[in-house]
Write a protein that binds this ligand. Sequence first.
Ligand code: PLP
Length: 377
Amino acid sequence: MTGSRTILGGGITIDLDAIVRNWKALDTVSGKALTGAVLKADAYGTGAKVVGQALYKAGARFFFVATPDEGVALRKALPQAFIFVLDGLVPRTARDYAAHGLMPVLASMSQLTEWLDFCLNQGKAEPAALHFDTGFNRVGFRMNEAEMVKRELEQSGFEPQMIMSHFACADQPTHEMTRKQNGLFQGVLNLFPDVPASLANSAGLMASKDYHYHMVRPGISMYGGRAINGRPNPMAGVISMHVPILQIKDARIGETVGYGAAYRLRRDSRLAIMALGYADGFFRSLSGIGGQIGGRVAINGRTVPVLGRVSMDMSVIDITDVEGLVQPGDLVEVLGPTIGIDDVADAARTIGYEILTTLNGRFPRGYVNVPDGVSLD
Ligand SMILES: *Cc1c(COP(=O)(O)O)cnc(C)c1O
């Protein structure tokens, strides 16, 4: 493993080869459609520059970031890639996008006008995509603006690189909204028959080839997360996290654990105090306070529960039933082969996306299985 070391020990390990294998598997499923890669939020917390290089080496050419600043950072690692900015065009920054070769995914009439004016002043059509809102009510042109967009494009002679939309409910396989959004999307495409189209996130990609169009945009499934609820997740795990035990102690039945004395021991117990808290992305909702499922971590492949409230820097686990010697300094698996991001997400009543993107605490991030030619600096 590469990466900086701390005195404390522990850390987060990203398996780059697993990300590449996941992307290639998705690329196979997407058939003739191009397979993009969504690297927003620092590649869901796994490191956009490093992951971008590994995917580029594997053949990926189309990348999606959220903000123009993420795009500028990614451009340094990927001088040749196509980079789309999903947040759209930030007012009065068209020049910055063009300077870094970033394509805004234009989402409103004012953004479109500003981009077309910019191109006119430059005397050069700078590439951009268009986002139509098929029911999400997030960024995107409203359906009834499609005709107006078409007129603007005809008048200016501008040809967008791509037309896209985004699913609201593709993670729920039977949700009627997905088919409805696809129908509305087709209506838009009828107005722009020559422009490549993109609709599917990970869940849409896995749900049906009807949603693949010219390019798919997987994010979470590349990083090993579950895209479709209630189905087995076929993707390889990508991230592992281990943290050290600080102290071990024996406590008696009836004593309480942690802030708020929220958990009362039901038996004489052996407790281990881990150097892991909500400041490290181990959510307070993973507290074990009885009556609700709390978080679990693993020691020697066996899962054990969190007891009491997760605090900022420490949490307590019950190691009474763990066989063999457990000592201060030993590492506990928070994420890895025994515990996946969706296990943690389910226990924390959130989604794997949030687990991944909030692991930005005190633990250093290192990489294993780094393809040749990928620079970690
Ligand atoms: C985040 C995002 C994606 C990727 O979604 P996943 O569910 O992570 O696959 C694709 N398209 C858009 C517009 C997004 O915002």
